[in-house]
Ligand binder design. Structure first.
Ligand code: ATP
Ligand code: MG
Length: 479
């Protein structure tokens, strides 16, 4: 599993060392044994170089050794190395380098269990792969910019709108629930515009106290108010030539809405406490999760500003409406984790299927948080349905296991349908047979739903009545 890399088993007593070495040998791995007091010397005595070491297993010595020191030493000798701790290692509460903590891929009690060891070897392997891919991508600039992931119809529609509008100078209003990717769209629009070499400046209008918002946006002159000891440029000036992203515009107080409207109309503004007029060349992109039209009715949002902003509206779909994008999004979120945090995780098909059925009130942000949380709890692990927090479990664990067993039986393929995605079983399927079965089942449902009225069932399936009758005859189906 670890290829040419070796496993270093460090112990003081040597008792468990032999057992472990036998198991590793049995699994086809190369292992080396070392004493706790001098294992670091193996680098020289055995010429064990960083690229040769695939895993380090360390049993707790009798004398107390701070874990941080151990990991630091290992890191110094071999770099980021996956470590399994055996026995009861105490951790100090002090804050220490989180990267070092990432090296510990498992803690195991003695005696060891064979099956959990195999799982741990898998983790070690993924740890090493992630490290290697990291070292080859290191040095590349990391963009704040991320593309909008998804192949579902609603996402394709959003991307098409983005293509149409990115390099135009028009104001864009992005609406949609929290966590749907409004900021991702705003950054993409900027990145694909001729302004891309100028700043993208986000302002969260909801997070800045109303009384500070004006000076935040337009800047202020010295002495404009108590505390204004120096003059200061605002976000409009900072964004000159680029894009100003007015996030949560629905939270902007009415008196500020008037001022923004004026800037949009006149392309100029004054700093707070100043009388010099600044000309501005910024493109405005605004976003909100609120229903602005309803706010207008309630008198909380200015209608004239709304029409100024809403030149080109983009509505973000909720994650519920595009659950077929979930597997792709998970991939994207995991690769982000791999490149940013030096950790990784995988989800098995059952877990993905279960997540596709979740309601995702918090949309992609909620999914991103879940992926991160799973990676903290099970670094380098493979997440199954049973590992998901209870509210994300929508698939019966037993059913999933039975289903997996069914895979093993040749000639009995099955497909799990998860929301809008169908997962291809490992053994493949007979596509024609599967499609026929699916067609029959949907026709039957349509017939049942419409009380056997063929015309209505045909309508539900968006096919002609005669076509439906023909299909029913072909399949020998009754109304
Ligand atoms: N389609 C997508 N592809 C990749 N990542 C996405 C996508 N949509 C959202 N994300 C990620 O989800 C998180 C939330 O996205 P973003 O901040 O853009 O949402 P938002 O609509 O502005 O949410 P809020 O209203 O809570 O501010 C971010 O980490 C973002 O990178
Ligand atoms: Mg946002």
């Amino acid at each position: 599993m670890l290829g040419d890399k070796k496993i270093l088993i460090v112990s003081e007593s040597g008792v468990n060392q032999n057992d472990l070495s036998v198991i590793f040998d049995f699994l086809g791995e190369h292992s080396l044994k070392a004493q706790f007091h001098n294992f670091l010397e193996m680098k020289n005595t055995e010429n064990l170089q960083p690229e040769d070491l695939g895993l380090l297993v360390c049993e707790r010595p009798r004398e107390h050794i701070p874990l941080e020191k151990l990991l630091k030493d290992i890191h110094q000798a071999w770099g980021m190395t996956p470590v399994i701790l055996l026995g009861d290692w105490e951790e100090t509460n002090e804050e220490w380098d989180p990267y070092l903590k990432h090296m510990v891929i498992a803690r195991k009690d003695l005696p060891l269990q064979y099956n959990t060891l195999v799982d741990t070897l898998h983790r070690a392997q993924r740890f090493n792969v992630a490290q290697e891919s990291r070292s080859t991508t290191e040095g590349r600039p990391t963009h704040l910019f991320r593309s909008l992931v998804g192949t579902s119809r609603p996402v394709l529609a959003v991307r098409k709108m983005m293509d149409q509008v990115a390099d135009k100078e028009v104001t864009v209003l992005i609406q949609g629930e929290s966590g749907t990717g409004k900021e991702v769209v705003a950054r993409n629009l900027h990145y694909h515009s001729s302004r891309r070499d100028h700043p993208f400046v986000p302002v969260n209008c909801g997070a800045i106290p109303a009384e500070l918002l004006e000076s935040e946006l337009f800047g202020h002159e010295k002495g404009a108010f108590t505390g204004a000891v120096n003059s200061r440029a605002g976000r409009f000036e900072m964004a000159e030539g680029g894009t100003l992203f007015l996030d949560e515009i629905g939270d902007m107080p009415l008196h500020m809405q008037v001022k923004i409207l004026r800037v949009l109309q006149e392309k100029s503004f004054e700093r707070v406490g100043g009388n010099k007029t600044f000309k501005t060349n910024v493109r405005i992109i605004a976003a909100t999760h609120r229903d602005l039209e309803k706010m207008i009715e309630e008198g909380a949002f200015r209608e004239d500003l709304y029409y100024r902003l809403n030149v080109f509206p983009i509505e973000m779909p909720s994650l519920r409406e595009r659950s077929e994008d979930i597997p792709l999004l998970i991939n994207e979120l995991v690769s982000r984790l791999e490149s940013e945090n030096r950790t990784s995780i995988r989800f098995n098909s059952g877990a993905i299927m279960s997540l596709c059925q979740h309601d995702w009130a918090g949309n992609v942000r909620e999914l991103a948080n879940l992926v991160e949380r799973m990676a903290i709890m099970h670094p380098y692990g493979v997440i199954g349905v049973q590992d998901l927090p209870a509210k994300y479990r929508h698939v019966d664990v037993e059913a999933q296991e039975e289903f997996e067993q069914e895979f093993e039986e040749p000639g009995k393929p099955a497909v799990i349908s998860a929301g809008d995605i169908a997962l291809l079983p490992e053994n493949g399927i007979d596509l024609k047979e599967y499609m026929t079965g699916l067609e029959q089942s949907l026709i039957q449902q349509a017939l049942d739903d419409s009380g056997g009225v063929v015309a209505r069932a045909a309508e539900r399936l968006t096919i002609r009545r005669t076509t439906l009758v023909e299909k029913m005859r072909k399949y020998g189906m009754q109304r």
